[in-house]
Design a protein around this ligand. Structure first.
Ligand code: FES
Ligand SMILES: [Fe+2]
Length: 441
């Protein structure tokens, strides 16, 4: 039984037990207490333009279908037939008027209602047809066109759940009045590691860029990008944000001419981003216009705005495996040639076989394999960097610190432990960062 969540994660002094990355019992509890009580990302509204457009995806361990209704709303259902549990939709996206189960042919309408049962007469009175619609996910909300749903009736509204993180989401998804669109096609691949390794890294870890991604910067840059000096000077401005709900965001604010990300881009894209700069400054201010960033909305939605604007969803597939879902997004009013160029550049950098993506996936799966070591797994893992530095965000709620820090990781793990450790919602607040001395023990 999980009796001491605070010991699994000690966010006050910056450490956590390796067990949270491989234990099947913890994984099962995560599905209930984390994925069952948070907002989970599904898709972008523009992917569901017409009545009957649908996306089939996952909320934690549950397959779901998000569907555009006749009244224009989006509703979400468990992708499971009420007869024997078969998936009623095996396509990942498309347009449909109804879903017919491939096993015995029960059919469900867009509104989830059970509309047809073959040989219904033989069921006699045993079939409560009105009560056997697809199970609906109760709450669906959107921000910046991004659609989220939750199984919980207790969590706050999506807007309150995101809180101050909205400010940072806007820096990536609100750069143009037209908003963003997700380019056609989602890439999915498996990584043999726990899903939290991706989510936690994106909530916080600008630190790894200097080492893990040094070689692609060196290979692709035209100046001395990738040198310690260049990367460090690009970090002179920037920061890190951590939210009480576990969201984290890290950013650099380099001068455009010093930006390593602009430097490695094809000229066409670089010019596009520089041309748009003054409009973005007018909308969002100088600081947010410059942000080259990554962030995580707790628990498993992450995004990058560093040259390649991409969304990652870290879908859990067991304690030691995840499916990475990668979407490319771009300002909806960008010219077609820019959309194509963003798509191509992403394939090269953060796509399935992208130079940067390979660095991370290789490291996460190597960590996962290492944690099978009987001695290795006895040592707690550390996220102690920058302890004691955080200051409250001026407009309340979150905390801020310098760009290279593990504050976001502590905030993420703390929220995870709160949810895992508590049957009640909202869970009690456990986090008070202790002075760095006590972290050494
Ligand atoms: S499992 Fe769907 S109709 Fe039987
Ligand atoms: Fe990385």
């Amino acid at each position: 039984m999980i009796s001491n969540a605070e010991h699994l994660v000690d966010a006050a002094s910056g450490s956590y037990a390796p067990r949270i990355l491989f234990d099947p019992e913890i994984y099962e509890l995560e599905m209930e207490r984390v994925f069952g009580r948070t907002w989970l990302f599904l898709c972008h509204e523009a992917q569901l333009k017409r009545t009957g457009d649908f996306i089939a995806t996952y909320m934690g361990s549950d397959p779901v279908i998000a569907m555009r209704q006749r009244d224009g709303t989006i509703r979400v259902y468990l992708n499971a037939c009420r007869h024997r549990g078969m998936k009623v939709c095996r396509a990942e996206f498309g347009n449909a008027r109804a879903f017919t189960c491939p096993y015995h042919g029960w059919s469900y309408g867009l509104d989830g209602k059970l509309i047809h049962v073959p040989h219904e007469e033989v069921f006699a009175e045993g079939l409560d047809k009105p009560g056997l619609g697809l199970v609906e996910v109760p709450r669906v909300e959107s921000v910046f066109g991004l659609v989220w749903a939750t199984f919980s009736s207790d969590v706050p509204s999506l807007e309150d759940y995101l809180g101050d993180a909205n400010y940072y989401l806007e820096a990536s998804f609100g750069r143009s009045e037209a908003g963003v669109e997700l380019l056609d096609g989602v890439s999915k691949w498996r990584v043999a590691s726990n899903w939290k390794l991706g989510a936690e890294q994106f909530s916080t870890d600008m630190y790894h860029v200097y080492t893990a991604h040094k070689s692609p910067y060196q290979a692709m840059g035209t100046k001395d990008t990738g040198s310690d000096e260049t990367l460090q000077s690009s970090s002179a401005g920037g920061g890190q944000f951590s939210s009480p709900h576990g969201h984290g965001f890290g950013w650099w604010e380099p001068e455009p001419e010093e930006s390593p990300d602009l430097d490695i881009m094809p000229a066409l894209l670089r010019e596009f981003f520089l041309d748009r700069r003054s409009d973005v400054v007018a909308r969002l201010g100088e600081s947010r216009a410059r942000m080259e960033s990554h962030g995580t909305i707790f628990p498993n939605f992450s995004w990058l705005y560093q040259g390649t604007p991409t969304i990652r969803v870290w879908q859990p597939k067991g304690p030691e495996e995840m499916e990475v879902e990668s979407h490319v997004f771009v300002d909806a009013d960008a010219p077609e040639e820019i959309k194509r160029a963003v798509s191509r550049f992403t394939v090269l950098t953060f796509g399935l076989a992208g130079l940067f993506e390979q660095d991370d996936g290789d490291i996460w799966s190597a960590i996962q394999r290492n944690l099978r070591g009987n001695q290795i797994r006895k040592n707690r893992l550390l996220n102690v960097m920058g302890l004691g530095e955080p200051r409250p965000q001026e407009n309340g709620g979150g905390r801020l610190t310098g760009v290279v820090s593990e504050m976001g990781s502590r905030g993420y793990m703390h929220r995870w432990a709160q949810l895992i450790g508590s049957q009640d919602y909202p869970p009690a607040d456990l986090l008070v960062e202790r002075p760095i001395r006590s972290a050494a023990r």
